[in-house]
Design a binder for this molecule. Structure first.
Ligand SMILES: Cc1ncc(COP(=O)(O)O)c(C=O)c1O
Length: 287
């Protein structure tokens, strides 16, 4: 945990690591808020503009007034790294809620948002990036507005827990016969040289890394098809991979205890991983 977080509005810091809120706080009581997780490599942000844009899109979607402009929060986020002398690989977690007020469902009048952000170390997941990871499949029981990066993560938490109890890295979510995304990442299937993924509708989070995957695919002349696939399609996939700010572009080599193709990371996935490493200014660290 960092010594210097960003804190805006009705929050205070009682000691180095403890932020205090009144118990009537809308993030705590309703999950009435939004968040972002931004990747840091060697003390520098990756895709910060995309994350700040999505933060504002989420805020608009839930009618939350943020107490800063895009430029102001970007500048505060840069100050956060400087103050913490951040030089390693890590993340910033930023959360904004509808503030502290007596508990009633409707929006409280004249209540400023509670906002905080902090930085913490997070090394790259080099082993999984090189060797691939396993996943389970699970029903997607979330609401219809998954494009909002809302604090309400209970279905995601339960799905990820089930994956972990199964010794798996991720849970692949399925709704109405189609794979949407994973509990905390987007997912892609490669078949006959094309990448298939769920379209960027309200049923998935529009990942910042997903945007880059689309760009990398275009640069590499690999068709990027926004067409959902089914769990059954995975049995005939050539490759499967996921993407997120913390998992990067990660091969999935096993689903529900069945190998994906030959059970090894595929060539298309590896090309995209190299493009990611180049884009993020990373030296080749996968082992
Ligand atoms: C449900 C879900 N989908 C996708 C993603 C990937 O988003 P990004 O690439 O912006 O990290 C995340 C990231 O946390 C997520 O929680």
């Amino acid at each position: 945990m960092s010594v210097y977080p960003i804190i805006l509005s009705q929050t205070s810091l009682t000691n180095r690591d403890t932020l205090t809120y009144p118990f009537e706080e809308r993030g705590l009581q309703f999950g009435d808020g939004i968040y972002e997780v931004i990747r840091i490599y060697q003390g520098s942000y990756y895709l910060i503009t995309e994350h700040v844009n999505r933060l504002f899109r989420s805020a608009e979607a839930i009618k939350l007034d943020l107490p800063f402009s895009k430029q102001e929060i970007t500048s505060l986020l840069h100050d956060l790294l400087t103050q913490n002398e951040m030089a390693s690989d890590g993340i910033v977690y930023l959360q904004a809620t509808r503030g502290s007020a007596p508990r009633t469902h409707a929006f409280p009048p004249d209540t400023p948002a509670n906002v905080y952000a902090y930085v913490r170390d997070m090394p790259r997941k080099t082993k999984n990036l090189t060797n691939g990871a396993s996943a389970i499949t699970e029903r997607d029981t979330r609401w219809e507005n998954c494009y909002i990066k809302s604090l309400n993560l209970l279905p995601n938490v339960l799905a990820k827990q089930k994956a972990q109890e199964n010794g798996s890295y991720e849970a692949i979510l399925e709704r109405d016969g189609k794979v949407t995304e994973c509990s905390s990442s987007n997912i892609y299937l490669v078949k006959d040289g094309k990448i298939y993924t769920h379209p960027a509708t309200n049923r998935i989070l529009h990942g910042c890394v997903r945007m880059r995957v689309e760009q990398f695919a275009a640069d590499l002349d690999i068709p990027f098809v926004e067409q959902a696939f089914s769990v059954e399609d995975i049995a005939n996939a050539d490759e499967l991979f996921l993407s997120s700010s913390t998992s990067e572009i990660m091969p999935i080599v096993e689903v529900d205890s069945n190998q994906v193709a030959d059970g090894l990371p595929g060539k298309t996935t590896q090309k995209l991983q190299s493009a990611y490493e180049k884009d993020a200014g990373l030296v080749k660290e996968r082992i």
